[in-house]
Design a protein around this ligand. Structure first.
Ligand code: F6R
Length: 366
């Protein structure tokens, strides 16, 4: 049932070319230039006219929401707030009838997310679900939704569900941007092509597994890790740190790279591994200087870079390449080496990767 893999988590990481393709199947057609999400059909006008989007979720799903915030704002020029469901529900939040609330949940059973949408619903907002489990409580409680279609996720640490969530949310943002006229036809066409090419690029990233395993071996006994990224790669840094914490029990923190000098830089010495997500995007030059700051303090740097980068490899200790794509799609590629890194470190430490201590696959109590 693990399909020849040692763990469900590894199987699910390697399934991502397929699961991402499934989350676009029947939705994205780059030849005919169509992007259509069935669940959104009756709500497209509402979404396009919404003054604000509120995204709620927990854990990894909240990270997918943070990625979506960048994509919706960048492409569709609509303000987005991303909230931990548990904070949102106890905060007497300001919700209007013209708010569009997106609830993200792999299991569709997370108690805090369910309660958050019930609250928003009672205030008249439109609730849209992005769930993986068909017929789950959250899927039933929402007005409409789009399933992620990642297939069952058995490993407790979310991997393929995360990339499927990001894929669906990105499709929503592109459709909305097209409808609102905030992107050109040319960019629209380009994004459809780039989305269609993602599964094959993920396949390419997965080829780095052996190299990532070697890096994992070197850092197996690290006691701390810092993950740094900017822009769309900031939530990727948070997600990378969460994966490592969950399954290896190594303390890890994700930070926006520019925040480093406001505190965490004090932690950096020759014993501190720092993972930079430093792809060629609009923050590239800035992150290069952040890498210099860490190297100047003897931090050991692992960098996720865009294929063909010749600058960063000369500055850092280890590099892992990901193919080029449109900036808003980078998290779909840059998150994958981080899944593998935490997986291999956890295995080398002898952890139970599919069922880490103290964690459950769905959190049905608050
Ligand atoms: C992380 C993880 C958790 C879940 C969180 C939300 O790997 O598994 O952080 O992401 O409990 O779960 P769902 O998405 O089912 O609402």
């Amino acid at each position: 049932e693990k399909g020849g893999y040692d763990h469900f988590m590894l199987k699910e990481i390697f399934e991502q070319p397929r699961s991402i393709a499934d989350s676009m199947r029947g939705r994205v057609n780059s030849q005919e230039e169509i992007l259509q999400l069935g669940g959104l059909r009756d709500y497209m006008d509402k979404l396009a006219l919404a003054k604000r989007i509120i995204i709620v979720g927990c854990g990894t799903s909240w990270h997918a929401g943070l990625v979506a915030e960048y994509v919706f704002e960048e492409l569709a020029r609509i303000p987005v707030e991303v909230e931990y469901a548990s904070e949102f529900r106890y905060r007497n939040p300001i919700i209007h009838a013209d708010d569009f609330v997106i609830a993200i949940s792999q299991s569709g059973e997370t108690a805090d997310t369910l309660a958050a949408i019930q609250l928003a619903k009672s205030k008249g907002a439109t609730i849209f679900g992005v769930c993986n489990v068909v017929g789950s409580s959250i899927a039933r409680e929402t007005h409409a939704g789009a399933y992620t279609h990642a297939g069952p996720e058995i490993g407790v640490a979310s991997t393929k569900a995360f990339t499927a969530q990001v894929t669906v949310l990105t499709q929503m943002a592109v459709a909305m941007a097209h409808k609102r006229g905030t992107i050109t036809e040319e960019l629209y066409r380009q994004l459809l092509l780039d989305l269609s090419a993602i599964p094959q690029k993920v396949e390419q990233v997965l080829k780095a597994a052996d190299r990532i395993k070697e890096i994992a071996y070197i850092f197996t006994y690290a006691r701390n890790f810092i993950y740094l990224g900017r822009g769309l790669n900031f939530p990727v840094a948070l997600e990378g740190a969460l994966k490592l914490k969950e399954i290896s029990y190594i303390h890890a923190e994700g930070y926006p790279a520019a925040e480093m000098k406001h505190g965490p830089i004090a932690l950096i010495d020759e014993d501190m591994p720092v993972v930079f997500i430093a792809t060629k995007d609009s923050s590239y030059e800035k992150i290069v200087s952040n890498i210099q700051e860490v190297k100047a303090r003897k931090g050991r740097v692992i960098a996720i870079v865009t294929e063909g980068d010749t600058l960063i490899p000369g500055m850092v200790d280890f590099v892992i390449e990901v193919p080029e794509t449109h900036e808003v799609l980078i998290p779909l590629l840059s998150s994958i080496p981080l899944q593998l890194l935490s997986y291999y470190i956890a295995v080398m430490r002898g952890r139970n990767v599919d069922q880490p201590r103290n964690l459950a696959k769905s959190v049905t109590v608050e």
